[in-house]
Design a protein around this ligand. Structure first.
Ligand SMILES: Nc1ncnc2c1ncn2[C@@H]1O[C@H](COP(=O)(O)OP(=O)(O)O)[C@@H](O)[C@H]1O
Ligand SMILES: O=C(O)[C@@H](CO)OP(=O)(O)O
Ligand SMILES: [Mg+2]
Length: 415
């Protein structure tokens, strides 16, 4: 039986995500580094897998450690390590409790000690101690406003770094004179080390002025005490840190091409830095899909075009969704009525927005399936309700937490 485009899209996605699981890369790097007297701190959505891999290599060289990950992302006990789950994408009480514990664990270290810092996306929300007079409630409110504002992660984290005791390099300052070795799974475009998880162990390239400009540009309302705390500048020089990227979006896109070629597709990577409003990206991706079907270009069919990035959504509606689901729904509107084409958009961490979906896989009949159920697909898009639209058309992509997190992967398959 010939495989369907949708099946091929799922195969490409599955093998690409497996390829960027952090386990092997963490093990390889640790065998090279030969660390001892290690205190392990793992934060982010991939923290559990990265810590498990580190424990398998370092064994008793890890004297103590802590893992702080998103609810539902821990896969059980790891000998000698304390496991915490906390709130994401908005920090909660468990974030604060786990971070306090992490700061206790790394207290009073000497220059003989090494903090092995395993960092993955999600760390900004999962690892947090609000600065000075800033309360958790204030931080939750500011995070929620920023996430819905359409600001990109660099802008969001410029603010979060300046409201935190442990971000923007301040964690590395706290553990000095111990050495900090960071292994990082990048979920930020261009692998900006000061942005990933808000750069807890990296000199901050953003300034207080940048943070204040973000609040103004996106009309984020904050209290007087928060404005005051924002004015304290983050560290710009650190002497006790070395960082290594263990996997990123580029690696995932290159693997997607390799798998697609094995399946018999002509391929091209269109970008690994897609950064714009999700629906606009969807319309653009949809227009490329149309060009493939109507004019057999820019690549001869059967073809698989790969895009990587992180779009944004200015959430104005009352619906449910995520940037990948919104991109897929917008693309579906463009390719309605076409045969032989599929668009897939997935968050590689397995969760897209505050939903249980990882993204969506749409085709030329998606719009018709929504209309046949008596609904207007455009209205779902206007209400930021892509989850419910794709649920009706049976085009949701549900994977559960994947154990990795390297931004979003988009495929256009046509034959
Ligand atoms: N109803 C919605 N429709 C589309 N996107 C949404 C919706 N609600 C929230 N979002 C987007 O989801 C983002 C958070 O989703 P998440 O997948 O957790 O991001 P990340 O993977 O970067 O942590 C927010 O930045 C917000 O823009
Ligand atoms: O924690 C963070 O700051 C971001 C980027 O690393 O991750 P996520 O977008 O997954 O919350
Ligand atoms: Mg993100």
């Amino acid at each position: 039986m010939s495989r369907s485009l949708k099946q091929d899209a799922l195969t490409i996605v599955e093998e690409s995500i497996r390829h960027v699981l952090p386990d092997n890369a963490v093990k390889e790097k640790l065998k090279e580094l030969n660390l001892s007297r290690v205190v392990l701190v793992a934060i982010g959505k991939a923290a559990w897998r990265m810590a498990k891999a580190a424990k398998e290599v370092l064994k008793e060289k890890i004297e103590k450690g802590i893992v702080i990950t998103k609810y539902g992302h821990s896969e059980g006990e790891i000998e000698g390590l304390e496991i915490y789950e906390a709130g994401h994408p908005v920090p909660d009480e468990n974030t604060i409790r786990a971070t306090e514990r992490a700061l206790e664990i790394v207290k009073d270290l000497s220059e003989e000690d090494t903090v092995l810092f395993l960092i993955s996306g999600g760390g900004s929300s999962l690892f947090e101690k609000p600065k000075g007079s800033v309360t958790l409630k204030q931080l939750q409110n500011i995070t929620d406003q920023l996430l819905k504002s359409g600001a990109n992660i660099g802008q969001i984290n410029a603010v979060r770094k300046h409201l935190s005791e442990v971000k923007g390099g301040r964690f590395a300052q706290k553990v000095f004179p111990a050495r900090v070795v960071c292994l990082i799974l990048s979920d930020v475009l261009f692998n900006r080390l000061d942005v990933i998880a808000s750069g807890p162990a990296h000199p901050d390239l953003s300034t207080s002025e940048d943070a204040l400009n973000v609040l103004e540009k996106y009309n984020v309302q904050v209290d007087e005490n928060v404005l005051k705390e924002l004015k304290d500048e983050t560290p710009k020089i650190l002497s006790n840190v070395e960082s290594y990227i263990v996997a990123d979006l580029k690696l995932a896109c290159e693997k997607a091409v390799e798998v697609a070629e094995r399946l018999g597709y002509n391929t091209a990577i269109l970008t690994t830095s897609l950064e714009c409003e999700a629906r606009e990206a969807g319309f653009f991706v949809g227009s490329i899909a149309k060009e493939l079907v109507l004019h057999d270009r820019p690549v001869k069919r059967p073809c698989a075009l790969v895009l990587g990035g992180e779009t944004v959504v200015r959430v104005k509606g009352k619906g449910k969704g995520g940037r990948n689901q919104e991109l897929a729904l917008a693309a579906a509107l463009k390719i309605a009525g076409l045969d032989g084409v599929v668009v897939c958009s997935i968050g590689t961490d397995g969760t897209d927005g505050p939903t249980d979906a990882a993204g969506g896989v749409v085709d030329g009949k998606t719009v018709q399936r929504i209309k046949d159920s008596g609904f207007d697909p455009q209205a779902f898009l206007e209400n930021n309700d892509s989850y419910n639209a794709l649920k009706i058309s049976n085009d949701l992509l549900i994977t559960g937490p994947t154990g990795t997190n390297v931004n979003d992967l988009i495929l256009i398959l046509a034959k």
